[in-house]
Design a protein around this ligand. Structure first.
Ligand code: SF4
Ligand code: SF4
Ligand code: SF4
Length: 305
């Protein structure tokens, strides 16, 4: 079994997550040979005859597009690995600025730039927007997470390599969370830095914007268990994905309204910085942008290329 790991626009954290498998990686390597991974070996081009290709990062420039095309043509199975590959991930937040603004800031607007302030012409051309891998090529499996969590990969890797189906949870983060619902009287939306949440009760009920109800689980509710609201790094829950009329924004508004008896319009008035609070991992996904209630269309800066 030959496996490859390709890097597109991302941070390489997903590949490091594979190394985090520690001794399980030794078991994996009994079944499979890593034939290509620019982060962990000296390899520039994917070979022919790959059995499973894991693609990390989103597609943001022409080089990413070409690399994706090549690895798809050379692999029997292609796995979108990590939330950038599945939904655009944090790289998709670049769509809040125009390409011109991004290049001017990177090459002229920060203290470490070269003095001449020239924007280089020999870097890969930016596409007009970010794309999730599945927006452009056929994907056989999606593994979400920023990065995918170790306990989940321990289950999925051996099954994937043997061609078996792993029995995995399909529930949301809330279903993995052990917090209880407390009183929600006088509910008011809080910023993360406001106060210290109590450790027993639901963070959303306490006023913190916890995306657990709309986020795919399989992380063991890692953040709420450590007193931090979920910010949605595993991507949308299955019911959001399946239903065209369900979107992260409108389902969170509905959930808060149900919980607090505050009318939806008033809840919407309390929300702030919708791009970073509701869509930090999904703004670069056409599937999420095309939903009828999506707010992504209003947030994207550049519309065509
Ligand atoms: S999903 Fe997260 S860890 Fe993986 S490449 Fe993107 S930003 Fe990095
Ligand atoms: S909203 Fe957050 S804190 Fe509340 S149950 Fe869901 S995951 Fe837990
Ligand atoms: S709780 Fe939310 S943000 Fe934290 S790891 Fe799980 S999905 Fe990601």
């Amino acid at each position: 079994m030959k496996i490859a790991i390709e890097e597109l626009a991302g941070c390489s954290g997903c590949t490091i997550a594979v190394l985090d498998l520690h001794e399980t990686l030794l078991e994996v390597l009994k079944e499979a040979e890593i034939v290509y991974s620019p982060v962990i070996m000296d390899a520039k081009e994917p070979p022919e005859g790959i059995d499973i290709a894991f693609v990390t990062g989103c597609v943001r420039n022409e080089e990413n597009r070409e690399r994706l095309r090549k690895i798809r043509s050379r692999a029997k199975i292609l796995v979108a690995f990590g939330t950038c590959a599945c939904y655009g991930g944090v790289s998709g937040l670049s769509m809040l600025s125009s390409n011109d603004e991004i290049f001017k800031t990177v090459y002229r607007g920060v203290d470490t730039v070269k003095e001449d302030g020239k924007i280089p012409s020999d870097v890969p051309k930016f596409l007009y927007r970010a794309f999730a891998v599945g927006d452009l090529e056929k994907v056989d499996y999606y593994i979400t997470g920023c990065p995918p969590k170790e306990q989940f990969l321990r289950q999925i890797f051996p099954a994937l390599l043997k061609g078996d189906k792993a029995e995995l949870s399909r529930k949301s983060v809330c279903s993995e969370c052990d917090r209880k619902m407390g009183s929600v009287e006088g509910w008011k939306l809080k910023r993360r830095y406001e106060g210290i949440p109590d450790r027993e009760h639901c963070l959303l009920g306490q006023g913190y914007l916890c995306l657990g109800p709309v986020t795919f689980g399989r992380c063991g509710a890692a953040c709420p268990k450590n007193n931090v609201p979920c910010h949605g790094c595993n991507g949308p829950s299955l019911d959001i994905l399946r239903e065209p009329c369900r979107d992260l924004y409108n389902m969170m508004v509905r959930r808060i309204s149900d919980l607090t008896d505050i009318p939806e319009k008033k809840v919407e008035g309390e929300l702030y910085d919708v791009a970073h609070t509701m869509y930090p991992f999904t703004i670069g996904s056409l599937i999420m942008e095309d939903k009828e209630n999506s707010k992504i269309r209003d947030l994207v800066k550049e519309r065509s290329g």
